[in-house]
Design a protein around this ligand. Sequence first.
Ligand code: ADP
Ligand code: MG
Length: 702
Amino acid sequence: MSREFESVEEIFGSNVFNEATMREKLPNNVYKTFKKTISQGQFLDSSLADVVANAMKDWAIEKGATHFCHWFQPMTGFTAEKHDSFISPTTDGRTIMEFSGKELVKGEPDASSFPSGGLRATFEARGYTAWDCTSPVFIKEDGTNITLYIPSAFCSYNAEALDKKTPLLRSMDALNKQTMRVLKAMGNTTTKSVGATLGSEQEYFLVDQSFAERRLDLILAGRTLFGAPSPRGQEMDDHYFGSLHERVASFMHDVNVELWKLGVSAKTQHNEVSPGQYELAPVFATVNVATDHNQLVMETLQKIALRCGFVCLLHEKPFAGVNGSGKHNNWSMSTDDGINLLDPGSTPHENMVFLVMLGAVIKAVDKNAKLLRATVANAGNEHRLGANEAPPAIVSMFLGDELTNILEQIATGKAKSSNSGGELKLGVSALPPLPKDSTDRNRTSPFAFTGNKFEFRMVGSTQSTAGPMFVINTIVADALMEIADELEKSSNLEAAVEKILKKIVNDHSKVIFNGDNYSEDWVKEATKRGLPNIRSTVASLRTILDKENYELFERHKVLTPAELGARTEVLLEAYAMIINIEAKTTLNIAQRQILPVGVEYSGMLANAVNGLATAGVGADTQKKLLNDVCKLVDSLKNGIENLKIGLSKANSIDNSAEKAENYRDVIIPAMDGVRLAADGLEVIVDAEMWPLPTYAEMLFVR
Ligand code: ADP
Ligand code: MG
């Protein structure tokens, strides 16, 4: 635990080879050229790379590092790393510490153990990692091991993307290109580039380690597969924003310090809705760096939790009956000269740019609602989306009444609120002032405008933010491309913008919904509006393969058809694999821990009944209880057999979508059957005998 007295300023970024460090450690001319290379997204030439690598090595060694690794994000959504040491033997039997530009820029891990969705045959196991120099290298301390981390992209021998980062970087280029076209067409002469920004709020649970260690389901599946509800749940609303428990507060302090060193500013932290649930929000960064940061946040939470005697659960639904965890992705676009394009401005012209950007997002989200839904489709999130928990599986947008009103006025050409009562013209004073710092909030919307950014709330807590983000970047780039095509043709900017916005509002305002997304009425209303409501993960993943998505990603050079197909394959396989692990864990716990207790307890009761009969005393209550226990033991045993049969057939299916469907339709219900009987036993069996820590213990003991 780091408790040494250091100021936040001293700690912050101390383990990052950031701009300040680069300026200090690199010769001035190298620093300048290097910065230019990064900002223009070019390749580092080899002599420059050698100088940079050498400075990095010296800096890392000063900090105690002995190894370096290319840190990449395979399609599993987790991170991977291959460590090499700086140590290089000399002919006289000693060693020197070496690190070349080549080693910095490129790595060659054995790729065969990562999913490729069929892109790379195992015999061509070669994969390459390439330094993503837009994300700074950093040092990580794990125990006594200190390593230089190089954020990298990962691709096959044929340069096909095998990771989450490559499409994200490509989508940033696409967004930059199309947004710049629109800005230029609207008269902007100063902006040189546009990037997407992301602030990713992470929800998680903390469970005392002594409980978590006794639950094979938490160890192997990250969620409870058994457990009767706690007599007390989240109904008191006393946990949300409540004061932090001391042990948790210490944990958060240690997490902050660790993250600050890595240049991740953990800004807010508080209790969430469910008991045992918490949230961490960092300060936003460019979407690429923020995606790396979120991976570090997830790793750090888990690492520090163990140090503090907790286990951190990142799963979307670790406990039935209380809220699950998500990851709210706050997304916006900002220019190199510091303009947040989703921030309403103070001049009519700025407002016009804002409305065009807003229009592009509305169009993008409505047109690609199914694709957006698919970016958050995984086995864990299936327990949240549309399964009686927020947010629903329907993609809709919250804009707030004021903005919605203004868009309606634009569509009808009538300014309701303007005193002239005449035509509403953009860019002139008749346009009502746009709401700045909109105060209305809607906590139930899956895609909410929050004043100067959008908050995509459907993302699951375990997910890499790269997937949802590269899709948002791409669909918005696509909408902006069509807008740019129009604007570049037109000779009257205001008239063209008005026409574009009118069309967007008319065609796409069905996706705007400012009401309560959790209500049953909304589900009906959304059906009437023709909005998709896809609850099943597999059904949602299947929609990725629609023809228009292949075209979309190819048009913007984000994914080739082969890459898109491979990615979908990996996601379907992952769904089946996760349920398979859950099912096998269910069997293990049911057969080896719960059934024996049921048998033992019924034996005890039977002895009691016999004993009482011998003593000539009535044993009605004992008999009734024995009867109840035996019924549950029977149904537990039947459930186990049923699940076994299901599992023995499940893996013989070849087609990955059909296999995943079988897991959904056969295996999940079979697991539910086992759990129902087991949870029934839990509430009547002697607490002393029950083998698993209970929901009440895990959720409430701190
Ligand atoms: P909330 O709106 O949830 O009350 P904040 O306004 O502080 O809280 O923002 C929540 C998250 O949004 C934080 O991670 C913050 O860094 C991020 N955020 C703020 N502005 C932007 C932006 N322009 N782009 C992306 N993320 C942003
Ligand atoms: Mg939020």
